[in-house]
Design a protein around this ligand. Sequence first.
Ligand code: HEM
Length: 515
Amino acid sequence: MGFVHHAAQYALGAVLLAFVLRAFLSRGKVIRRNGEPLRKPSDTLPLVGNGIQFLQTRWKLFGWFDKCQRQFGYETVAITVPTLPPGVIIHDPRNLEYVFKHEGVFTKGTFVKGRSWDLFGNGIINADGELWKTQRKAGLSFLTTANIRVLTDVALPQHLFESVSDLKQREGGEAVDLQHVFHEITTKVMGRMAYNASHMEMHADDEFSKSFDYASGGTAERFQNPLWFITEMFLGAKLRASIAVVKEFGNRIVSSAVKDRESQKVRDSAGFAEDESKLDQISGSLIQSLLDAICDQTIVADAALTYLSAGRDTTGQALTWTFYLLMRHPEVVAKVRKEVQQLFEDRNLPLTTEADFDPTLFTPAAMPYAMAVFYEALRLFPPIPFEIRQCTKDVTLPDGTFLPRHSVLVWCIWAMQRSKLTWGEDADAFRPERFLDDGKLVSRSASEFPVFYGGPRTCLGRKMAEAIAVQVIPTMMWLFDFAPVDDRERVSKTSLTLPMEGGLPVTVETRRRRA
Ligand code: HEM
Protein backbone atom coordinates (compact mmCIF):
# COMPACT_ATOMS: atom_id res chain seq x y z
CA MET A 1 0.00 0.00 0.00
CA GLY A 2 2.80 2.35 1.07
CA PHE A 3 4.65 1.50 -2.11
CA VAL A 4 1.63 2.34 -4.28
CA HIS A 5 1.18 5.60 -2.39
CA HIS A 6 4.81 6.56 -2.94
CA ALA A 7 4.60 5.57 -6.58
CA ALA A 8 1.54 7.79 -7.05
CA GLN A 9 3.37 10.70 -5.44
CA TYR A 10 6.33 10.00 -7.67
CA ALA A 11 4.08 9.89 -10.74
CA LEU A 12 2.52 13.24 -9.90
CA GLY A 13 5.91 14.73 -9.22
CA ALA A 14 7.30 13.42 -12.49
CA VAL A 15 4.40 14.84 -14.49
CA LEU A 16 4.75 18.25 -12.84
CA LEU A 17 8.50 18.21 -13.35
CA ALA A 18 8.03 17.36 -17.00
CA PHE A 19 5.62 20.29 -17.46
CA VAL A 20 8.08 22.65 -15.78
CA LEU A 21 10.97 21.30 -17.85
CA ARG A 22 8.98 21.65 -21.03
CA ALA A 23 8.08 25.23 -20.24
CA PHE A 24 11.73 25.90 -19.39
CA LEU A 25 13.14 24.31 -22.53
CA SER A 26 10.77 26.09 -24.88
CA ARG A 27 10.93 29.48 -23.15
CA GLY A 28 11.21 32.33 -25.57
CA LYS A 29 11.27 30.13 -28.64
CA VAL A 30 8.22 28.42 -29.97
CA ILE A 31 7.27 26.49 -33.08
CA ARG A 32 6.08 28.98 -35.72
CA ARG A 33 5.64 29.29 -39.45
CA ASN A 34 6.22 32.75 -40.86
CA GLY A 35 5.65 34.14 -37.38
CA GLU A 36 2.29 32.39 -36.96
CA PRO A 37 1.42 29.40 -34.76
CA LEU A 38 0.87 26.16 -36.66
CA ARG A 39 -2.58 24.66 -37.10
CA LYS A 40 -3.40 21.68 -34.88
CA PRO A 41 -5.43 18.52 -35.54
CA SER A 42 -9.10 19.35 -34.94
CA ASP A 43 -9.41 16.93 -32.01
CA THR A 44 -6.57 18.54 -29.99
CA LEU A 45 -7.78 19.07 -26.42
CA PRO A 46 -6.80 21.75 -23.89
CA LEU A 47 -4.05 20.60 -21.48
CA VAL A 48 -3.77 17.00 -22.73
CA GLY A 49 -3.28 18.10 -26.35
CA ASN A 50 -3.08 14.94 -28.49
CA GLY A 51 -2.13 12.68 -25.59
CA ILE A 52 -5.42 10.72 -25.74
CA GLN A 53 -4.92 9.85 -29.43
CA PHE A 54 -1.54 8.36 -28.63
CA LEU A 55 -3.09 6.06 -26.06
CA GLN A 56 -5.30 4.39 -28.69
CA THR A 57 -4.33 1.08 -30.29
CA ARG A 58 -1.71 1.65 -32.93
CA TRP A 59 -4.12 0.68 -35.71
CA LYS A 60 -6.44 3.50 -34.63
CA LEU A 61 -3.42 5.77 -34.32
CA PHE A 62 -2.51 5.05 -37.98
CA GLY A 63 -6.08 6.05 -38.85
CA TRP A 64 -5.65 9.28 -36.90
CA PHE A 65 -2.42 10.16 -38.73
CA ASP A 66 -4.11 9.31 -42.01
CA LYS A 67 -7.01 11.62 -41.14
CA CYS A 68 -4.51 14.43 -40.43
CA GLN A 69 -2.79 13.83 -43.75
CA ARG A 70 -6.12 13.97 -45.59
CA GLN A 71 -7.16 17.13 -43.76
CA PHE A 72 -3.87 19.05 -44.00
CA GLY A 73 -2.27 17.79 -47.21
CA TYR A 74 1.43 18.69 -47.13
CA GLU A 75 0.99 21.25 -44.32
CA THR A 76 3.12 20.75 -41.17
CA VAL A 77 0.93 20.63 -38.06
CA ALA A 78 1.65 21.06 -34.37
CA ILE A 79 1.09 18.29 -31.84
CA THR A 80 1.35 18.34 -28.09
CA VAL A 81 1.55 15.45 -25.70
CA PRO A 82 1.88 16.10 -21.95
CA THR A 83 5.40 15.42 -20.59
CA LEU A 84 6.97 15.58 -24.08
CA PRO A 85 8.80 18.39 -25.84
CA PRO A 86 6.71 20.34 -28.37
CA GLY A 87 6.47 18.67 -31.75
CA VAL A 88 5.17 18.63 -35.30
CA ILE A 89 3.90 16.11 -37.81
CA ILE A 90 5.48 16.61 -41.21
CA HIS A 91 3.76 15.54 -44.42
CA ASP A 92 5.63 17.43 -47.13
CA PRO A 93 8.25 15.35 -49.03
CA ARG A 94 10.38 18.54 -49.30
CA ASN A 95 10.64 18.70 -45.51
CA LEU A 96 11.48 15.02 -45.35
CA GLU A 97 14.23 15.42 -47.92
CA TYR A 98 15.68 18.20 -45.77
CA VAL A 99 15.58 15.96 -42.69
CA PHE A 100 17.33 13.14 -44.55
CA LYS A 101 20.04 15.49 -45.80
CA HIS A 102 20.71 17.06 -42.39
CA GLU A 103 21.16 13.88 -40.44
CA GLY A 104 23.27 15.58 -37.72
CA VAL A 105 20.52 18.11 -36.97
CA PHE A 106 17.65 15.61 -36.76
CA THR A 107 18.87 12.79 -34.53
CA LYS A 108 17.20 10.07 -32.55
CA GLY A 109 17.91 12.26 -29.51
CA THR A 110 16.97 11.50 -25.94
CA PHE A 111 13.35 11.04 -26.94
CA VAL A 112 13.94 7.90 -29.01
CA LYS A 113 17.01 6.61 -27.21
CA GLY A 114 15.42 6.92 -23.77
CA ARG A 115 12.66 4.59 -24.89
CA SER A 116 14.58 2.06 -26.93
CA TRP A 117 17.78 1.95 -24.90
CA ASP A 118 16.87 -1.14 -22.86
CA LEU A 119 16.33 -3.19 -26.01
CA PHE A 120 18.86 -1.82 -28.49
CA GLY A 121 21.47 -0.21 -26.23
CA ASN A 122 24.22 1.10 -28.48
CA GLY A 123 23.02 -0.83 -31.56
CA ILE A 124 23.15 1.06 -34.87
CA ILE A 125 19.44 1.94 -34.81
CA ASN A 126 20.03 3.87 -31.56
CA ALA A 127 23.51 5.20 -32.18
CA ASP A 128 24.60 8.65 -33.34
CA GLY A 129 28.06 10.08 -34.12
CA GLU A 130 31.20 7.92 -34.19
CA LEU A 131 29.55 4.82 -32.81
CA TRP A 132 26.98 4.93 -35.60
CA LYS A 133 29.68 5.45 -38.25
CA THR A 134 31.71 2.48 -36.98
CA GLN A 135 28.72 0.15 -37.07
CA ARG A 136 27.61 1.37 -40.47
CA LYS A 137 31.10 0.82 -41.86
CA ALA A 138 31.22 -2.69 -40.42
CA GLY A 139 27.82 -3.42 -41.95
CA LEU A 140 28.87 -2.03 -45.32
CA SER A 141 32.02 -4.11 -45.36
CA PHE A 142 29.88 -7.18 -44.80
CA LEU A 143 26.86 -6.33 -46.98
CA THR A 144 28.81 -6.32 -50.24
CA THR A 145 27.12 -7.39 -53.47
CA ALA A 146 29.22 -10.58 -53.40
CA ASN A 147 28.17 -11.52 -49.84
CA ILE A 148 24.52 -10.71 -50.50
CA ARG A 149 24.71 -13.00 -53.53
CA VAL A 150 26.01 -15.87 -51.42
CA LEU A 151 23.18 -15.37 -48.96
CA THR A 152 20.51 -15.11 -51.63
CA ASP A 153 21.91 -17.70 -54.05
CA VAL A 154 22.88 -20.35 -51.51
CA ALA A 155 21.27 -19.80 -48.10
CA LEU A 156 17.93 -18.42 -49.26
CA PRO A 157 17.00 -21.16 -51.79
CA GLN A 158 17.92 -23.77 -49.20
CA HIS A 159 15.67 -22.25 -46.52
CA LEU A 160 12.97 -21.36 -49.04
CA PHE A 161 12.71 -24.96 -50.17
CA GLU A 162 12.61 -26.18 -46.57
CA SER A 163 9.48 -24.04 -46.22
CA VAL A 164 8.12 -25.24 -49.58
CA SER A 165 8.40 -28.87 -48.54
CA ASP A 166 6.84 -28.07 -45.18
CA LEU A 167 3.92 -26.37 -46.94
CA LYS A 168 3.43 -29.39 -49.21
CA GLN A 169 3.09 -31.63 -46.20
CA ARG A 170 0.47 -29.38 -44.75
CA GLU A 171 -1.59 -29.20 -47.94
CA GLY A 172 -5.27 -29.89 -47.37
CA GLY A 173 -4.72 -29.94 -43.61
CA GLU A 174 -5.11 -27.30 -40.95
CA ALA A 175 -4.53 -23.63 -41.67
CA VAL A 176 -0.92 -22.53 -42.01
CA ASP A 177 0.25 -19.19 -40.66
CA LEU A 178 2.04 -17.55 -43.59
CA GLN A 179 3.53 -14.91 -41.32
CA HIS A 180 5.26 -17.71 -39.43
CA VAL A 181 6.46 -19.27 -42.71
CA PHE A 182 8.09 -16.01 -43.87
CA HIS A 183 9.46 -15.24 -40.45
CA GLU A 184 11.11 -18.66 -40.38
CA ILE A 185 12.80 -18.01 -43.75
CA THR A 186 14.06 -14.54 -42.83
CA THR A 187 15.12 -15.70 -39.36
CA LYS A 188 17.32 -18.42 -40.84
CA VAL A 189 18.83 -16.19 -43.55
CA MET A 190 19.53 -13.34 -41.12
CA GLY A 191 20.89 -15.81 -38.57
CA ARG A 192 23.41 -16.88 -41.19
CA MET A 193 24.31 -13.28 -41.84
CA ALA A 194 24.53 -11.92 -38.32
CA TYR A 195 26.26 -14.83 -36.64
CA ASN A 196 27.17 -18.41 -37.38
CA ALA A 197 23.76 -20.05 -37.25
CA SER A 198 25.25 -23.49 -37.71
CA HIS A 199 26.25 -23.35 -34.01
CA MET A 200 22.96 -22.05 -32.68
CA GLU A 201 20.13 -22.59 -35.10
CA MET A 202 17.46 -19.99 -34.84
CA HIS A 203 13.72 -20.30 -35.51
CA ALA A 204 10.72 -18.01 -35.67
CA ASP A 205 9.17 -19.54 -32.55
CA ASP A 206 12.19 -20.06 -30.30
CA GLU A 207 12.57 -18.35 -26.94
CA PHE A 208 14.70 -15.53 -28.33
CA SER A 209 12.26 -14.75 -31.16
CA LYS A 210 9.24 -14.78 -28.85
CA SER A 211 11.02 -12.61 -26.29
CA PHE A 212 12.17 -10.18 -28.95
CA ASP A 213 8.64 -9.94 -30.26
CA TYR A 214 7.31 -9.13 -26.81
CA ALA A 215 10.11 -6.65 -26.10
CA SER A 216 9.45 -4.90 -29.41
CA GLY A 217 5.78 -4.49 -28.46
CA GLY A 218 6.64 -3.21 -24.98
CA THR A 219 9.23 -0.78 -26.36
CA ALA A 220 6.77 0.55 -28.96
CA GLU A 221 4.20 1.17 -26.21
CA ARG A 222 6.68 3.51 -24.57
CA PHE A 223 6.34 5.78 -27.60
CA GLN A 224 2.58 5.96 -27.17
CA ASN A 225 2.33 6.17 -23.39
CA PRO A 226 3.89 9.35 -21.98
CA LEU A 227 3.87 7.82 -18.49
CA TRP A 228 5.47 4.53 -19.52
CA PHE A 229 8.19 4.78 -16.89
CA ILE A 230 5.52 4.75 -14.21
CA THR A 231 3.24 2.09 -15.70
CA GLU A 232 6.21 -0.21 -16.16
CA MET A 233 6.99 -0.06 -12.45
CA PHE A 234 3.82 -2.09 -11.92
CA LEU A 235 3.29 -3.89 -15.21
CA GLY A 236 6.75 -4.17 -16.70
CA ALA A 237 7.95 -7.52 -15.30
CA LYS A 238 7.37 -9.46 -18.52
CA LEU A 239 9.04 -6.75 -20.60
CA ARG A 240 12.10 -6.79 -18.34
CA ALA A 241 12.25 -10.59 -18.48
CA SER A 242 11.95 -10.57 -22.30
CA ILE A 243 14.70 -7.99 -22.66
CA ALA A 244 16.90 -10.10 -20.38
CA VAL A 245 16.41 -13.14 -22.68
CA VAL A 246 17.26 -11.02 -25.75
CA LYS A 247 20.41 -9.65 -24.11
CA GLU A 248 21.51 -13.07 -22.94
CA PHE A 249 21.16 -14.37 -26.50
CA GLY A 250 23.24 -11.41 -27.74
CA ASN A 251 26.01 -12.28 -25.27
CA ARG A 252 25.95 -15.91 -26.35
CA ILE A 253 26.33 -15.10 -30.04
CA VAL A 254 29.26 -12.82 -29.27
CA SER A 255 31.01 -15.46 -27.14
CA SER A 256 30.46 -18.02 -29.88
CA ALA A 257 31.84 -15.60 -32.50
CA VAL A 258 34.92 -14.97 -30.34
CA LYS A 259 35.51 -18.74 -30.14
CA ASP A 260 35.06 -19.01 -33.93
CA ARG A 261 37.66 -16.32 -34.33
CA GLU A 262 40.18 -18.31 -32.35
CA SER A 263 39.53 -21.56 -34.20
CA GLN A 264 39.53 -19.70 -37.53
CA LYS A 265 43.05 -18.47 -36.79
CA VAL A 266 44.15 -22.06 -36.13
CA ARG A 267 42.43 -23.35 -39.27
CA ASP A 268 43.78 -20.53 -41.45
CA SER A 269 47.29 -21.29 -40.33
CA ALA A 270 46.66 -25.01 -41.05
CA GLY A 271 45.36 -24.09 -44.53
CA PHE A 272 41.87 -25.60 -44.07
CA ALA A 273 39.89 -22.50 -44.96
CA GLU A 274 39.97 -23.16 -48.69
CA ASP A 275 37.87 -26.28 -48.33
CA GLU A 276 34.95 -24.43 -46.85
CA SER A 277 31.97 -23.55 -48.98
CA LYS A 278 31.33 -19.91 -49.68
CA LEU A 279 28.31 -19.97 -47.40
CA ASP A 280 30.29 -21.37 -44.49
CA GLN A 281 32.88 -18.71 -45.07
CA ILE A 282 30.47 -15.82 -44.82
CA SER A 283 28.28 -17.29 -42.07
CA GLY A 284 28.69 -15.06 -39.08
CA SER A 285 31.04 -12.70 -40.84
CA LEU A 286 28.89 -9.69 -39.96
CA ILE A 287 29.61 -10.22 -36.29
CA GLN A 288 33.27 -10.78 -37.17
CA SER A 289 33.29 -7.40 -38.98
CA LEU A 290 31.78 -5.87 -35.85
CA LEU A 291 34.39 -7.53 -33.61
CA ASP A 292 37.11 -6.16 -35.91
CA ALA A 293 35.75 -2.64 -35.50
CA ILE A 294 34.54 -2.52 -31.89
CA CYS A 295 36.48 -3.60 -28.78
CA ASP A 296 33.59 -3.55 -26.32
CA GLN A 297 31.76 -6.88 -26.61
CA THR A 298 28.56 -5.50 -25.07
CA ILE A 299 28.35 -3.00 -27.93
CA VAL A 300 29.08 -5.77 -30.43
CA ALA A 301 26.17 -7.76 -28.96
CA ASP A 302 23.86 -4.71 -29.25
CA ALA A 303 25.01 -4.12 -32.82
CA ALA A 304 24.57 -7.75 -33.90
CA LEU A 305 21.10 -7.97 -32.37
CA THR A 306 20.08 -4.73 -34.03
CA TYR A 307 21.21 -5.94 -37.45
CA LEU A 308 19.45 -9.21 -36.92
CA SER A 309 16.15 -7.63 -35.97
CA ALA A 310 16.38 -4.79 -38.52
CA GLY A 311 16.49 -7.31 -41.33
CA ARG A 312 14.51 -10.27 -40.08
CA ASP A 313 11.23 -8.79 -38.84
CA THR A 314 10.89 -6.08 -41.48
CA THR A 315 11.39 -8.45 -44.40
CA GLY A 316 9.24 -11.25 -42.96
CA GLN A 317 6.41 -8.84 -42.23
CA ALA A 318 6.67 -7.12 -45.61
CA LEU A 319 6.21 -10.53 -47.27
CA THR A 320 3.22 -11.28 -45.05
CA TRP A 321 1.40 -8.09 -46.08
CA THR A 322 2.36 -8.71 -49.71
CA PHE A 323 0.64 -12.11 -49.64
CA TYR A 324 -2.33 -10.66 -47.79
CA LEU A 325 -2.78 -8.23 -50.68
CA LEU A 326 -2.08 -10.86 -53.33
CA MET A 327 -4.82 -13.12 -51.99
CA ARG A 328 -7.23 -10.23 -52.41
CA HIS A 329 -6.04 -9.53 -55.96
CA PRO A 330 -6.10 -12.65 -58.14
CA GLU A 331 -5.48 -10.48 -61.24
CA VAL A 332 -2.10 -9.50 -59.77
CA VAL A 333 -1.26 -13.11 -58.91
CA ALA A 334 -1.97 -14.07 -62.55
CA LYS A 335 0.50 -11.42 -63.73
CA VAL A 336 3.21 -12.65 -61.35
CA ARG A 337 2.76 -16.18 -62.69
CA LYS A 338 2.86 -14.92 -66.26
CA GLU A 339 6.16 -13.20 -65.54
CA VAL A 340 7.61 -16.47 -64.18
CA GLN A 341 6.46 -18.40 -67.24
CA GLN A 342 7.83 -15.74 -69.59
CA LEU A 343 11.21 -15.81 -67.89
CA PHE A 344 11.53 -19.56 -68.32
CA GLU A 345 10.30 -19.41 -71.92
CA ASP A 346 12.70 -16.59 -72.82
CA ARG A 347 15.58 -18.67 -71.52
CA ASN A 348 14.36 -21.89 -73.12
CA LEU A 349 14.31 -23.56 -69.76
CA PRO A 350 11.96 -26.45 -68.99
CA LEU A 351 9.40 -25.87 -66.27
CA THR A 352 7.87 -29.27 -65.88
CA THR A 353 9.09 -30.51 -62.53
CA GLU A 354 9.93 -28.77 -59.30
CA ALA A 355 13.58 -29.73 -59.79
CA ASP A 356 13.60 -27.40 -62.83
CA PHE A 357 12.54 -24.56 -60.64
CA ASP A 358 15.51 -22.38 -59.80
CA PRO A 359 14.51 -19.36 -57.67
CA THR A 360 17.94 -17.76 -58.09
CA LEU A 361 16.84 -16.80 -61.62
CA PHE A 362 14.43 -14.38 -59.98
CA THR A 363 16.40 -11.17 -59.61
CA PRO A 364 15.02 -7.63 -59.38
CA ALA A 365 16.20 -6.97 -62.96
CA ALA A 366 14.58 -10.13 -64.34
CA MET A 367 11.28 -9.74 -62.44
CA PRO A 368 10.14 -6.11 -62.60
CA TYR A 369 6.49 -6.98 -62.05
CA ALA A 370 7.20 -9.04 -58.91
CA MET A 371 9.36 -6.17 -57.64
CA ALA A 372 6.56 -3.69 -58.34
CA VAL A 373 4.21 -5.91 -56.32
CA PHE A 374 6.66 -5.81 -53.40
CA TYR A 375 7.06 -2.02 -53.58
CA GLU A 376 3.33 -1.49 -53.75
CA ALA A 377 2.81 -3.71 -50.70
CA LEU A 378 5.58 -1.80 -48.89
CA ARG A 379 3.88 1.45 -49.81
CA LEU A 380 0.57 0.44 -48.25
CA PHE A 381 2.06 -1.53 -45.34
CA PRO A 382 5.47 -0.01 -44.51
CA PRO A 383 7.26 -2.30 -42.03
CA ILE A 384 8.55 0.74 -40.12
CA PRO A 385 5.38 2.82 -39.98
CA PHE A 386 6.56 5.80 -37.89
CA GLU A 387 9.74 7.78 -37.56
CA ILE A 388 10.63 10.24 -34.82
CA ARG A 389 13.57 12.63 -34.70
CA GLN A 390 14.62 15.41 -32.36
CA CYS A 391 16.32 18.67 -33.37
CA THR A 392 19.82 19.20 -31.99
CA LYS A 393 19.55 22.94 -32.71
CA ASP A 394 17.08 25.59 -33.85
CA VAL A 395 16.17 24.91 -37.45
CA THR A 396 13.78 26.12 -40.16
CA LEU A 397 12.25 23.56 -42.52
CA PRO A 398 11.86 24.31 -46.26
CA ASP A 399 8.16 25.14 -45.75
CA GLY A 400 9.16 27.90 -43.31
CA THR A 401 8.35 26.00 -40.09
CA PHE A 402 10.69 27.14 -37.31
CA LEU A 403 11.58 24.42 -34.80
CA PRO A 404 13.43 25.32 -31.61
CA ARG A 405 16.16 22.95 -30.38
CA HIS A 406 14.77 19.73 -28.79
CA SER A 407 11.52 19.87 -30.80
CA VAL A 408 10.25 16.49 -31.90
CA LEU A 409 9.41 15.69 -35.54
CA VAL A 410 7.11 12.81 -36.35
CA TRP A 411 6.27 11.43 -39.74
CA CYS A 412 3.92 8.58 -40.23
CA ILE A 413 5.04 6.66 -43.29
CA TRP A 414 1.80 4.72 -43.20
CA ALA A 415 -0.17 7.95 -43.66
CA MET A 416 2.25 9.65 -46.09
CA GLN A 417 2.04 6.66 -48.42
CA ARG A 418 -1.68 7.20 -48.71
CA SER A 419 -1.38 10.83 -49.78
CA LYS A 420 -3.32 11.62 -52.95
CA LEU A 421 -0.99 14.55 -53.55
CA THR A 422 1.94 12.16 -53.91
CA TRP A 423 0.29 9.01 -55.28
CA GLY A 424 -2.75 10.30 -57.13
CA GLU A 425 -6.48 9.75 -56.69
CA ASP A 426 -6.10 5.96 -56.41
CA ALA A 427 -3.58 6.24 -53.55
CA ASP A 428 -5.59 3.78 -51.43
CA ALA A 429 -5.69 1.12 -54.13
CA PHE A 430 -3.22 -1.77 -54.54
CA ARG A 431 -1.90 -1.15 -58.04
CA PRO A 432 1.67 -2.41 -58.66
CA GLU A 433 1.64 -0.78 -62.11
CA ARG A 434 2.28 2.59 -60.48
CA PHE A 435 5.89 1.41 -60.02
CA LEU A 436 6.26 0.46 -63.69
CA ASP A 437 6.77 2.43 -66.85
CA ASP A 438 6.63 0.49 -70.07
CA GLY A 439 7.34 -2.71 -68.13
CA LYS A 440 10.41 -1.24 -66.41
CA LEU A 441 10.66 -0.44 -62.72
CA VAL A 442 10.50 3.24 -61.86
CA SER A 443 12.22 4.44 -58.75
CA ARG A 444 10.60 6.99 -56.47
CA SER A 445 12.66 9.41 -54.41
CA ALA A 446 13.27 8.52 -50.76
CA SER A 447 11.27 11.55 -49.66
CA GLU A 448 8.19 10.35 -51.55
CA PHE A 449 8.74 6.67 -50.76
CA PRO A 450 10.50 6.77 -47.35
CA VAL A 451 9.93 3.10 -46.62
CA PHE A 452 13.69 2.44 -46.47
CA TYR A 453 14.50 5.87 -44.97
CA GLY A 454 16.89 8.14 -46.93
CA GLY A 455 20.12 10.11 -46.85
CA PRO A 456 23.22 8.87 -44.99
CA ARG A 457 21.13 6.67 -42.68
CA THR A 458 19.25 4.93 -45.42
CA CYS A 459 18.52 1.25 -44.82
CA LEU A 460 21.65 -0.85 -45.25
CA GLY A 461 19.73 -3.99 -46.10
CA ARG A 462 17.42 -2.74 -48.85
CA LYS A 463 19.13 -4.74 -51.59
CA MET A 464 19.06 -7.82 -49.46
CA ALA A 465 15.35 -7.41 -48.61
CA GLU A 466 14.59 -6.95 -52.31
CA ALA A 467 16.65 -9.97 -53.30
CA ILE A 468 14.75 -12.09 -50.76
CA ALA A 469 11.34 -10.80 -51.80
CA VAL A 470 11.92 -11.28 -55.50
CA GLN A 471 12.68 -14.96 -54.94
CA VAL A 472 10.01 -15.69 -52.37
CA ILE A 473 7.03 -14.02 -54.10
CA PRO A 474 7.23 -15.77 -57.50
CA THR A 475 8.35 -19.11 -56.02
CA MET A 476 5.45 -19.33 -53.60
CA MET A 477 2.95 -17.98 -56.11
CA TRP A 478 4.08 -20.39 -58.82
CA LEU A 479 4.05 -23.47 -56.63
CA PHE A 480 0.97 -22.86 -54.48
CA ASP A 481 -2.55 -21.50 -54.32
CA PHE A 482 -3.19 -19.81 -51.01
CA ALA A 483 -6.59 -18.82 -49.64
CA PRO A 484 -7.27 -16.86 -46.45
CA VAL A 485 -9.28 -18.75 -43.85
CA ASP A 486 -11.57 -15.73 -43.43
CA ASP A 487 -12.22 -12.31 -44.98
CA ARG A 488 -11.36 -10.33 -41.86
CA GLU A 489 -9.38 -7.16 -42.34
CA ARG A 490 -5.97 -7.84 -40.83
CA VAL A 491 -4.43 -5.26 -38.50
CA SER A 492 -1.01 -4.78 -37.00
CA LYS A 493 -0.26 -5.33 -33.33
CA THR A 494 1.82 -2.88 -31.34
CA SER A 495 5.49 -3.28 -32.20
CA LEU A 496 8.43 -1.28 -33.46
CA THR A 497 7.67 -2.83 -36.85
CA LEU A 498 4.45 -4.09 -38.46
CA PRO A 499 3.58 -7.65 -37.42
CA MET A 500 0.13 -8.85 -38.44
CA GLU A 501 -1.99 -9.45 -35.36
CA GLY A 502 -2.88 -13.14 -35.15
CA GLY A 503 -0.64 -13.95 -38.14
CA LEU A 504 -2.00 -14.76 -41.61
CA PRO A 505 -3.78 -18.13 -41.47
CA VAL A 506 -4.31 -19.63 -44.94
CA THR A 507 -5.13 -22.92 -46.60
CA VAL A 508 -2.56 -24.25 -49.07
CA GLU A 509 -2.98 -26.20 -52.32
CA THR A 510 -0.11 -27.27 -54.53
CA ARG A 511 -0.71 -25.98 -58.05
CA ARG A 512 -1.00 -28.88 -60.49
CA ARG A 513 -1.92 -27.04 -63.69
CA ARG A 514 0.66 -24.33 -64.08
CA ALA A 515 -0.19 -21.72 -66.63
C1 HEM B 1 11.50 -4.66 -46.33
C2 HEM B 1 12.53 -4.69 -45.52
C3 HEM B 1 13.13 -3.50 -44.84
C4 HEM B 1 12.62 -2.26 -44.58
C5 HEM B 1 11.24 -1.73 -44.95
C6 HEM B 1 13.63 -1.50 -43.88
C7 HEM B 1 13.47 -0.19 -43.47
C8 HEM B 1 14.42 0.52 -42.76
C9 HEM B 1 14.22 1.85 -42.23
C10 HEM B 1 12.96 2.69 -42.34
C11 HEM B 1 15.36 2.20 -41.57
C12 HEM B 1 15.61 3.48 -40.77
C13 HEM B 1 15.25 3.18 -39.34
C14 HEM B 1 15.59 4.25 -38.37
O1 HEM B 1 16.75 4.66 -38.28
O2 HEM B 1 14.69 4.72 -37.65
C15 HEM B 1 16.28 1.10 -41.71
C16 HEM B 1 17.54 1.10 -41.19
C17 HEM B 1 18.37 0.00 -41.23
N1 HEM B 1 18.13 -1.20 -41.84
FE1 HEM B 1 16.50 -1.71 -42.90
N2 HEM B 1 14.73 -2.29 -43.72
C18 HEM B 1 14.48 -3.51 -44.29
C19 HEM B 1 15.34 -4.58 -44.36
C20 HEM B 1 16.62 -4.61 -43.86
C21 HEM B 1 17.54 -5.73 -43.95
C22 HEM B 1 17.28 -7.04 -44.70
C23 HEM B 1 18.65 -5.38 -43.25
C24 HEM B 1 19.91 -6.17 -42.99
C25 HEM B 1 20.54 -6.87 -43.82
C26 HEM B 1 18.46 -4.04 -42.75
C27 HEM B 1 19.38 -3.33 -42.02
C28 HEM B 1 19.21 -2.02 -41.61
C29 HEM B 1 20.19 -1.30 -40.82
C30 HEM B 1 21.52 -1.85 -40.34
C31 HEM B 1 19.67 -0.03 -40.58
C32 HEM B 1 20.30 1.10 -39.79
C33 HEM B 1 20.98 2.04 -40.76
C34 HEM B 1 21.62 3.24 -40.09
O3 HEM B 1 21.14 3.70 -39.06
O4 HEM B 1 22.63 3.72 -40.64
N3 HEM B 1 17.22 -3.60 -43.15
N4 HEM B 1 15.69 0.10 -42.44
